[in-house]
Design a protein around this ligand. Structure first.
Ligand code: PMP
Length: 384
């Protein structure tokens, strides 16, 4: 048995969702939206099962989907990607696994930023890599060049960046992306950029992909997910984009991980990317309204709410809310006593965690958010 897995607990998202079910709680922990996603995408998936082939599609993904992804990024992010630079995967999770397996040689160091998505560290370690952590902290969670320079060594080969950043709900600024690009080129690194939240952005802000910065076209793996773009997290259709010399190696790792992804879902995502820009824009407004609703309810309950520029999440700072409780205690008490599930942000740190921040998911129906707010307000008032 590999100790990376045998010593590991169940992921916090699964664990908190189980606690939510056991306590009959409102689940603002795991990030998935209420609602059905775009009807056109659902109908296309159903139609494709009946009318298209259900045998193995091409290993790199349906050409139509790879073209739709390239067109999508040309339209939204002014990127010029050829179809051979796009590989379809079974969710962003498989893209991350394939990229790390393909690009890490045993002993290579990978710079990652904490807080980080909890899949990263076991994937890096299982690929033989050594994660080196750069710690970001609230309220700004900004990347500091001095911290990067302190963490880089002769063995560093990769950076793993999540932008927009779950759970901090920040977007890396143009200035910080330019600095990162400069740093990558200076140290001859490749960056794996997990951009699954690229379309879930608020207040008119536009996502900037690192691959578009000087020097990065040849040294970036850009990862996306239809699950996030269309709020259909169960689809697990993702992709990775990279210049041909990298893409060819990524394809080798992908071919022996999953080889391919259900063709009906690929057809549906191709149709969605080509036709659903309006739905994506409307969803942004809806999610932003949910963010504002939850933020104001939590503020009224006496919580210090941190800004949320993107993702399905906002966070509260317990210390700044005059609550002398760590995040795990808070989340455990809230799910048991108030019947609202959240995620403690310390779960996103592999070492030296920030323990005063808790993440709430706001992409829920108004009535669900209102009930959650009422429960949290009552709980907080009872604390005295
Ligand atoms: N990366 C990040 C930062 C995420 O938040 C998520 C999903 N919550 C994923 C990857 C996984 O994406 P997928 O479901 O497409 O595998």
């Amino acid at each position: 048995m590999n100790p990376i897995y045998s010593s590991m607990g169940t992921t916090i998202f699964e664990a908190m969702s189980a606690r939510a079910r056991a306590n009959d709680a409102i689940n603002l922990g795991q990030g998935f939206a209420d609602g059905r996603g775009p009807e056109a995408v659902l109908a296309a998936a159903a139609r494709a099962v009946l009318e298209k082939s259900n045998q193995y599609p091409p290993m790199a993904g349906l050409l139509e989907l790879r073209q739709a992804i390239a067109d999508h990024y040309a339209r939204h992010q002014a990127l010029n990607l050829a179809t051979e630079e796009v590989l379809v995967t079974s969710g962003a999770t498989e893209a991350l696994a394939a990229a790390l397996l393909a690009l890490i040689e045993p002993g290579d160091e990978v710079l990652c930023f904490q807080p980080l998505y909890d899949a990263y560290v076991p994937l890096i370690r299982r690929a033989g890599g050594v994660p080196r952590f750069v710690r970001l902290h609230p309220p700004e969670w900004r990347i500091d060049r001095a911290a990067l320079e302190a963490a880089v060594t002769a063995k560093t080969r990769l950076i793993l960046l999540n932008n927009p950043l779950n759970p901090a709900a920040t977007m890396t600024s143009a200035e910080d992306l330019a600095m990162l690009a400069d740093f990558c080129v200076a140290h001859d690194l490749i960056t794996i950029c997990d951009e699954v939240w690229e379309h879930v952005t608020f207040d008119g802000a536009r996502h900037l992909p690192l691959i578009g910065f000087p020097g990065m076209r040849e040294r970036t793996v850009k990862i996306g997910s239809a699950g996030k773009i269309f709020a259909l997290t169960g689809f697990k259709v993702g992709w990775m984009c990279a210049a041909p010399p990298i893409a060819r190696v990524l394809a080798k790792a992908h071919q022996f991980l999953t080889f391919t992804t259900p063709p009906n879902l690929q057809w549906a995502v191709a149709e969605g990317l080509a036709t659903q820009d309006d739905w994506v824009q409307e969803a942004r407004h809806r999610f932003q309204a949910g963010r504002d609703r939850l933020a104001s309810g939590l503020q009224k309950a006496g919580f210090a709410v941190l800004p949320s520029a993107a993702t399905y999440f906002l966070s509260v700072d317990l210390a700044a809310s005059s609550l002398a409780m760590d995040d795990t205690t808070f989340s455990e008490r809230l799910v048991e006593e108030a019947k609202v599930a959240t995620i403690p942000v310390s779960a996103f740190y592999a070492e030296d965690p920030v323990t005063s921040v808790v993440r709430f998911c706001f992409v829920k129906e108004d009535a669900v958010l209102d009930e959650a707010i009422a429960r949290v307000q009552r709980w907080r008032a009872d604390l005295g």
